[in-house]
Write a protein that binds this ligand. Sequence first.
Ligand SMILES: *Cc1c(COP(=O)(O)O)cnc(C)c1O
Length: 395
Amino acid sequence: MLPFIRSDLSQLTAYIPHSQDSLDSVDSVGAKQESELLVVDRLDTNESPYDLPDELKQELGWALQDVIKSNRYPDGGHYALKQAIADYVNESAGLTHSPLTASHISLGNGSDELIRSILIATCLRSEGSILVADPTFSMYGILAQTLGIPVVHVTRSPDTFAIDLQAAQIAITQPQQLPVRVVFVVHPNSPTGNALTTAEVAWLKALPNNILVVIDEAYFEFSQTTLASEIQHHPNWVILRTFSKAFRLAAYRVGYAIAHPQIASVLEKVRLPYNLPSISQVAAQFALTHRQKLLQTIPQILQERDTFITTLQQQPLLKVWQSQANFVFTVPVSETPGFAEIIFQSLNRQGTAIRCISGGLRITIGTPTENSRTLHRLIHIVGSTPLPSAMPSNA
Ligand SMILES: *Cc1c(COP(=O)(O)O)cnc(C)c1O
């Protein structure tokens, strides 16, 4: 380790979302002529499978050319975009008297940046730890680690993925090495696809004001369930949303926080001055203007998801759950150790990228073609595996 680097960083490895290596290796082991035909279905990062429609892509291209002066720094205050987002959030939460304004919004280079800003603003300098319920979005823990912030883990029910609220309550009330300052939840959760339960929301509402509650609604446009209307009543809540999923803008990196103006202004303090490139600001504003058209693909994705789930339910070796988002979580039931990993590797070799996490598989819903190809491959892999009871004891 380099002598000037913080010692705790030697435990960390860089986060590389797409396992580019393993996908590339498909080409090198496959026959040369076949490698050109190999299609990689990227069903591992929960984006929309659809790029912008051609006419909108062109229009955005022109808008970028017209509006942006390359020699000038971006708008560092993001005012116009914040205003447009506030309007969208009010609308999306059915808040007709428009209580949320630009002052309730802070923008990040993806919501990942906002997660880091929240950690910097709350727990840094050994002032606190964070609480997460596993399995959940890995970025909270990863970013906390890079800042030397401890992470307190509680579990979820293996059947329903409901948070162990008793353990969570103990974690926040019993003295920890550092007190829990932030609770992170995803609504609906990734990788498991379940929305917050009534009991979980009640617990979050009852948390004391010295704990910040972060509700990550990255999949809101798929779930259509939001707690945005609660922001007015809870000065210790932050809701995170993103343009990376349903809005089809993952390449542009725009996320936003919705919170009490006092929290929003703290997030503004700790972020980098020009965190959002001009192209990203223009693209996000453009996406909001054209939201009806961009969000039109959602019903079809949800229908594909439900068909996907129904098909997997017929596989005796796969346990599968309902999902409120654009991905499906399934856990193989098998006596073969590491069966999830085996399925994951096998799909990967065939050109289907998914996530293998917490002993299960998280599969993003793609285009109908990608989905049926994936189902076909998955069923083939699982179907050629004997049922646990039929397995010879020396297997
Ligand atoms: C995809 C995702 C995000 C989005 O991150 P960006 O940095 O905005 O792309 C945030 N939270 C969760 C739970 C996600 O799944």
